[in-house]
Ligand binder design. Structure first.
Ligand SMILES: Cc1cc2nc3c(=O)[nH]c(=O)nc-3n(C[C@H](O)[C@H](O)[C@H](O)COP(=O)(O)OP(=O)(O)OC[C@H]3O[C@@H](n4cnc5c(N)ncnc54)[C@H](O)[C@@H]3O)c2cc1C
Length: 441
């Protein structure tokens, strides 16, 4: 059989690659191998049982704002969407502000508003060539706002200082308001929503991954299969359960940092480049409540550094299917990386106990819930969350990607391309990988 195709990883990119190859080459033999016992990867999730029924938690926020017509058609054919207008909020020093904070300063004390506005209006940090994210922030927002909002948030979300990040990922992710918008937002809470997506969608039935469930049902996935070594000369994949599989064509969606270590014997410069590619991991604390009014919006950001979670989202606000009747739910995200390890953040305490207690205590202090409202809780770690855009990232990424391409491995998806891809982009990345194959009958 000349057309045996193996796909590594059953996240949205792997499933998309398998689906598109099958559609184009119905005679091909396609097998997907997944390390865990479930499909969806980052777009997947898990149930947590409670006395009132099961809660579903996606792996972190997950809402679709895909604008590509092809992706929308696939997602919405698989499951009709619930449409939300995204209105996130911010928590800062016991104050709730609309998002983004820079043009919604209204609830701040007057002295603080003056400090922010003075620095924004007399901003002396603007310059032509901005060499890092910190300079970018100072140039956009002046000193006071930068130091009290995004510099703190960057430490929590990216696990590094803003000066250690490039600006290549920023795009429209941070809003740069006009002076009129800043002044209006400082004097009034009647401001328009300036979030970069006007609509966020979630499946009406099922959970986030239901957007590509019909595709998954058409392909062959084998679970609990962790790839541990690849011999590209003999075209054999070895798994950690001591089994092996031959292939003619190989598509991988697993992180290129892992691929560099397990593909043949990579030269030192490839290993070195892979070691210098960094990603954040997330510790997630998921809580279910017996009341339906705990969650007030889809998600919120937390700037205060004594609160370790950077962002909290509500699965039950996304869809009532995610919680039993009359209940609601929240999930807090605590980020860490090799550059800021979790044991340093929590001072070598047991992560599960410490972060569950930390999150619950802070939610109570913030007025979000009472202890007796909580009817289920869960703690887990997701090893790969976001690629960190350190200054040398792009050059290191090129070295590893070239090595894999030379070995005739097609690498795709968020960690296969090693980029800041949303789920729709990861889906298209899988489709592009499929299009690179040329099979003969
Ligand atoms: C915090 C956060 C929030 C996000 N929110 C949104 C959002 O709101 N909207 C949106 O569109 N996108 C969102 N995304 C992005 C989205 O999650 C990704 O684009 C997408 O899920 C990536 O899919 P993938 O298939 O490329 O990778 P993954 O989902 O990571 O899939 C890779 C698969 O490979 C498997 N694997 C790993 N190693 C091995 C191995 N050795 N052997 C076999 N299998 C292996 C993994 O278990 C996994 O199933 C978010 C991401 C994060 C981190």
């Amino acid at each position: 059989m000349e057309n045996k195709i193996i796909i590594l990883g059953a996240g949205i990119a792997g499933i998309s690659a398998a689906y598109h190859i099958q559609k184009k080459y119905p005679y091909a033999q396609i097998k997907v191998f997944e390390k865990t016992n479930d499909w969806g990867g980052l777009c997947g999730g898990f149930y947590v049982a409670s006395s009132l029924g099961d809660f579903w938690f996606d792996h972190m926020v997950h809402l679709s704002f895909a604008d590509n017509a092809y992706v929308q058609n696939i997602f919405h054919t698989s499951s009709k969407p619930i449409r939300h207008i995204p209105i996130p909020t911010n928590y800062y020093n016991n104050i709730w502000l609309k998002h983004p904070a820079q043009n919604n300063l209204y609830p701040l004390p007057i002295e603080e508003k003056i400090a922010v506005l003075k620095d924004m209006i007399n901003n002396k940090n603007k310059k032509e060539n901005l060499s890092n994210f910190e300079e970018w922030l100072y140039a956009q927002y002046g000193n006071y706002f930068t130091e009290n909002f995004p510099l703190k948030y960057t430490r929590k979300y990216w696990s590094v200082e803003a000066k250690d990040l490039s600006t290549s990922w920023v795009s429209n992710r941070l809003y740069t308001p006009s002076l009129e918008e800043i002044l209006q937002g400082a004097m009034s809470d009647q401001t328009p929503n300036t979030y970069y997506a006007q609509e966020m969608r979630y499946p009406e039935s099922g959970h986030y991954r239901s957007f590509f469930q019909t595709l998954k049902e058409q392909i062959d996935i084998t679970y609990n299969k962790e790839v541990s070594m690849i011999d590209t000369q003999k075209k054999i994949i070895f798994f950690s359960d001591n089994t092996q599989e031959s292939y003619n064509h190989l598509i991988s969606t697993i992180p290129i940092t892992i691929m560099a270590k397990i593909t043949d014997k990579a030269p030192k410069e490839v290993i070195y480049a892979a070691q210098n590619l960094k990603a954040t991991s997330t510790a997630i604390v998921s809580l279910g409540f017996k009341k339906n009014d705990i969650a007030k919006n889809l998600w919120f950001y937390i700037y205060d550094e004594d609160k370790l979670f950077a962002r909290v989202y509500s699965p039950s606000f996304k869809s009532p299917n995610n919680a039993p009747n009359g209940c609601s739910s929240l999930q807090a995200e605590i980020y860490f990386s090799d550059l800021k390890p979790l044991n340093v953040i929590i001072n070598n305490q047991d992560p599960k106990t410490y972060l569950l207690n930390h999150t619950i205590d802070n939610f109570i202090q913030m007025g979000i819930c009472k202890k007796e409202d909580i009817i289920c809780q869960d703690f887990r770690i997701l090893p790969y969350a976001n690629v960190i855009f350190t200054h040398n990232m792009e050059s290191n990424r090129s070295i590893v990607l070239k090595y894999l391409a030379d070995k005739k491995i097609i690498s795709c998806g968020r960690f296969g391309e090693w980029d800041y891809l949303w789920s729709d982009q990861s889906f298209l990345s899988g489709k592009n990988a499929a299009e690179k194959l040329e099979l003969k009958k």
